[in-house]
Structure formats: structure tokens, C-alpha cells
Design a protein around this ligand. Structure first.
Ligand code: NAD
Length: 262
């Protein structure tokens, strides 16, 4: 039985955990050969082993997305072992919360480097193969409702996630004539380690209970008080990878229970 992404090679950064891991499983189940690229090589290899145990083709790759040489080496390893990259999901990310006046400059630079340098460097590394012979491809950046909305304490994150819109739109224009499409997927809050860590941190900084952080700060603006799920995000990414033409490109797709309607 043929599947929608048979023959495609996908690299997902930050895929040892959370949203990236779910995307790796979802794209593999659709037939893609998946590279799980992460700072955490043991975690990446464990996810690759789980994908293989389900009958998929997967590779765990060590990659610090802020390091140009490491990114280039990782993408070269993927090309050598799985084939040239057709799909890039630039997903690796962290969160650091603090009011601007207390935000350490080193933390600001680290966060922007992971989200923005990482997106740029991985894109730059996969484009030559996508452009060669107009093979084309799909590049999806993991944005956030914070690509459109601000929240207190998240200056670096909100800045980085807004920045991804600019990169995706520029790539959509540059890559369009050569068959490369680009999007930003923008989830609301999803229960992953990244979010679980923030609940006690925000409760302490804002002086409210953890329950209030969840109900008021995280879900208060949604239409139904509900977390977005890993599956919601992964299915949206899969749909965008499957979409056959540049009728859909340069878009920001919000998956946020109506937190932001853009
Ligand atoms: P997570 O903490 O579960 O996973 C993040 C992964 O990124 C980890 O495996 C980590 O090792 C990896 N990583 C961190 N720094 C890296 C680096 N320099 N190089 C390579 N890998 C690195 O987080 P998550 O919630 O799955 O978040 C994934 C993405 O989704 C992030 O970009 C995040 O901003 C975005 N996002 C998350 C939510 C949410 O509510 N969880 C909402 C919107 C957007």
C-alpha cells in the first residue's frame, strides 16, 4: 500500500522529545525516512529505535542547531545514510522566562541562537539539495501562538517566534520558483517538558498558584480551555508536507484552540 510521504527524507530537529518526537513518528508512519536530530544523541537514537520497531526507517543524529559545522555534518550524514533531504522541520527550541529588566543577556542570546540561528543554519544546509535539479522540498518552522501574541516574561521567545515568520516568508519567495515551500506552524500550549517546566516558574514569578497559571495564563484565551495536543501539531505538519503545490506557501498555521485567530 503506498503512503503519502513514501520516498521522502525528513529531518526533524529537537526530535528526541515532545513535539518533534511526535512529528517524527507521524511522518515515518506516512512513509518518510526520518532523521531525528537533537543535542541529546541518546534520546535521538532511542526515538529512532522506536520508529524502527514500528517498521519505519529512522536515524538518530547528534546536532547542536546553533553550531554551523555540526549542522552541516549532521545534514551530510543524513544525506549519506538516508538520501537527500526533502523535508526540514526546524523544531528545536527552549523557553526561558524572566521579566525584561532581569533577563540575562546570555540567556537572550542562547534562546535566539537556538530558535533563529538554528532555523537559518538548518535551512541553509538543506537548500542546495532541494534546489539541485529543482527537486524541491518543504521547510516548516515550529513557531507558536507567540509568533503572533506576546506574553509577559517571554521577551526572547516572543521575539524569536515572530522572527521565524520573516524567515519562512522570505524562503517561500526565494524557494517558490525552485519548488521549495515554507510555513510556520504555531501551536498553543502543548503539555511537553518545555511547558511543564514553566508552570512552577511562572507561578513563582507571577505570585499565583500553578492551577491559575494553567487555567488563566496558559488556557485563558482559548475558546475551550484545552491544551493543544502533540497529535494536533503533528497532523498539521503532515498535511503541509503532503500538500502538492505552492498554492500553500509562506503561511502561518495556528493550532491553538482559538487562542490567536490570525
Ligand atoms: P521539548 O523540550 O520537549 O523538546 C525540545 C527538544 O529540543 C529537546 O529534545 C532538546 O534536546 C532539543 N534541543 C534544545 N536545544 C537544542 C539545540 N541547540 N540543538 C538541537 N536540539 C536542541 O520541547 P517542545 O515543547 O517539544 O518544543 C518543541 C518546539 O515547539 C520548540 O520550538 C517550542 O518553542 C515549540 N512550541 C512548543 C509549545 C508547547 O506548548 N510545548 C508551544 C508552541 C511552540
Amino acid at each position: 500500500m503506498s503512503r503519502s510521504l513514501d520516498g521522502q527524507v525528513a529531518v526533524i530537529t529537537g526530535a528526541a522529545s515532545g513535539i518533534g518526537k511526535e512529528i517524527a513518528f507521524t511522518l515515518a508512519r506516512a512513509g518518510a525516512r526520518v532523521a531525528i536530530a537533537d543535542l541529546n544523541l541518546d534520546g535521538a537514537q532511542a526515538v529512532a529505535a522506536q520508529v524502527k520497531a514500528e517498521g519505519g526507517t529512522a536515524l538518530g543524529v547528534a546536532m547542536d542547531v546553533t553550531d554551523e559545522a555540526a549542522v552541516n555534518a549532521g545534514i551530510a550524514q543524513v544525506a549519506a545514510e538516508l538520501g537527500p533531504v526533502d523535508i526540514l522541520i526546524a523544531n528545536a527550541g527552549i523557553q526561558i522566562v524572566a521579566p525584561i529588566q532581569d533577563f540575562a543577556f546570555a540567556d537572550w542570546k542562547r534562546l535566539l541562537a537556538i530558535h533563529l540561528d538554528g532555523a537559518f543554519l538548518t535551512t541553509k544546509a538543506v537548500l542546495p539539495a532541494m534546489y539541485a535539479g529543482k527537486r524541491g522540498g518543504t521547510v516548516i518552522y515550529m513557531g507558536s501562538a507567540h509568533s503572533h501574541e506576546a506574553s509577559p516574561l517571554k521577551s526572547a521567545y516572543v521575539t524569536a517566534k515572530h522572527g521565524l515568520l520573516g524567515l519562512a516568508r522570505t524562503l517561500a519567495k526565494e524557494g517558490g520558483p525552485r519548488g521549495v515551500r515554507s510555513h510556520v506552524v504555531c501551536p498553543g500550549f502543548v503539555r511537553t517538558p518545555l511547558v511543564d517546566k514553566q508552570i512552577p516558574e511562572q507561578a513563582a514569578t507571577l505570585g499565583i498558584s500553578e492551577d491559575e497559571v494553567v487555567k488563566r495564563v496558559m488556557l485563558g484565551s482559548t475558546v475551550d480551555g484545552t491544551f493543544t495536543t502533540l497529535e494536533d501539531v503533528a497532523q498539521t505538519v503532515k498535511f503541509l508536507c503532503e500538500f502538492p503545490s505552492a498554492a500553500l506557501t509562506g503561511q502561518s498555521i495556528l493550532v491553538s484552540h482559538g487562542w490567536h485567530m490570525g
